[in-house]
Write a protein that binds this ligand. Sequence first.
Ligand SMILES: C[S@@+](CC[C@H](N)C(=O)[O-])C[C@H]1O[C@@H](n2cnc3c(N)ncnc32)[C@H](O)[C@@H]1O
Length: 617
Amino acid sequence: MTKIKDKPKSDRPREKFIKNGPETLSKSDLLAIMIGNGIKGKNVQELSSNIIKKFGGKFLDVTVEELTAINGIGTAKALQIVSAISLFKRLYDEVRQKDIVIQDYKNVLSLTYDLRDKKKEYLVCLYINARNALIKKEVISIGTLDKSLIHPREVFNPGINLNASSIIVVHNHPSGNPEPSAEDEKVMERLIKAGELIGIPILDFIIIGDKDCYSFHKKIKDCESNNTYGGYVADGEQLNLFDIFENQKKYSSINTDSVNKDKGYNNLHRKIGFANILTKSNNSSAYFRLHNRRYLGNKYKLLGFIEDIISEKCGIIESFCDIFAGTGVVGERFNSHEIQIISNDILFSNYICLKAFLGMNTIKTDLYEKIDYLNNLNAEDDNYFSLNFGNTYFSLANARKIGMIREEIDKIAFNEDEKNILLCSLIYATDKVANTVGHYDAFRKNMDTMQSLKLLTPYINFSNNDNNVIYKSDANILIRNISCDVLYIDPPYNSRQYSDAYHLLENLAEWKKPKVEGVAKKMDRSHIKSLYCLKNAGLAFEDLIINADCKHILVSYNNTKESKDERSNARISDDKIIQTLENKGSVEIFEKKFKAFSTGKSFDTGNIERIFYCKVK
Ligand SMILES: C[S@@+](CC[C@H](N)C(=O)[O-])C[C@H]1O[C@@H](n2cnc3c(N)ncnc32)[C@H](O)[C@@H]1O
């Protein structure tokens, strides 16, 4: 046996390490440095080489007992080695976890695969940051999941310490059946409520069985938009479970006396009914809902907030006017037999969709066949749309198809109503395959949206639409011709014109095939410019309020901080809003902290969403 000190210096592990770095050492050399000395008859390199050979790939799981069984390794050395391995594993896990971005329930499953084989029930939490990257996975409890045993503190304390943005809760059913039990639902409800109050929302609650799993997020999104689950970020927004349940609420089913004044969770049973949400799935025809659309400034996530104020302040109402309707989500929220909705927007592309969803009370049955027919058109030639927008905002194939379908709609639509529905379907489908971040001021450099265009059927609640009226008008003109109980005002608040952001959809809807200019390929938009984006927005607002014939006014207006980019700053000051409303009646301001979410990254901008409420004199 050659003693280590008899070896040339260049062959000794420590010297090699110092001279050439750890990468040049073999595994047994690295272990030799850790062990330090050999034993009688075996130098340290031989000893470590024997150990590496003995355990091979299992070395990372070696125990103190296994090591001390080797001649030459005492307890102290064995502890040293096992501790080093554990330390390495821990640090490696932490670093690795930071890079894992969780986009949907499947990503969660791959991180919690081990739970399938567990004989006991586990509750595991994944703490994630604003980019949905995993910060830490932690086992919270082992044993029966029981509302009285799981305290929200155990789930949220690590979240607070880790500065997590949201939490995904994962639980296994050793029985193998992933269907949620009543106890699962109670635990989830409690955690969702707590998450909303603490400010670390529960993004999903997933139950793992032996072959299958149950994601509440996926289940509810599937029910809502018929198996078009798009992961945790959909329609440009990330919705946590609280938001989703909030949005399932239906105003007409609410008894105003029972409204929970603390603006908190308002409990699941106030909504359509928890059980209904979970069981009304599995309808196979593909449809889309009014809110399945990316739209700047849409109030989808604030519906619960708006509804609470109306319930508390306005009592029973018979008519609701959404005069800057955009997508129409706010009007839709109050749409029922008992409440007439007046919905208006200056853009034709919005009017069409509002008309389809909120203005139609009957439909010809062959609509589905027409949608099928349009989907099956073979578009191989160029047309107005593909020549102007192909290979920029859309893949060439999608642009050709959009242009061809648009031509065909004019030919096959039986009447204006049917045409509106088909156009609405085309607008939503077009937006889904657009190579943009959600508006048309620019397109992405890389064409990474290769999904092909598919028209779906709008999900319309015809029976609620009997008394509704839809307009495409300038709000200041319309206000002189209508009256309502509640007037909801949600104008643009800065200089960015909606006609700039949505010129392409407007062009497609109007189909006058105008000349388009510039890199963004915009048409002439002078006929749809909004006064609310100009310097004198305050005067337009004043005129609107003076002429409003209503009992209650709610104004949404953002409080974004002063920005260096003048275009982003609010056009009407808070003082002006308050003073104008005070001339009309008594004013109260409601606030809600709002997490902005854009282009795949969510960040807390510290934005406060405000609603100015005015009880008209
Ligand atoms: C903030 S967005 C409304 C968002 C809407 N509440 C939602 O949840 O989707 C403002 C809307 O006002 C419309 N608009 C702008 N100026 C208008 C005007 N003078 N009259 C009517 N609508 C106008 C824009 O087209 C845009 O859709």
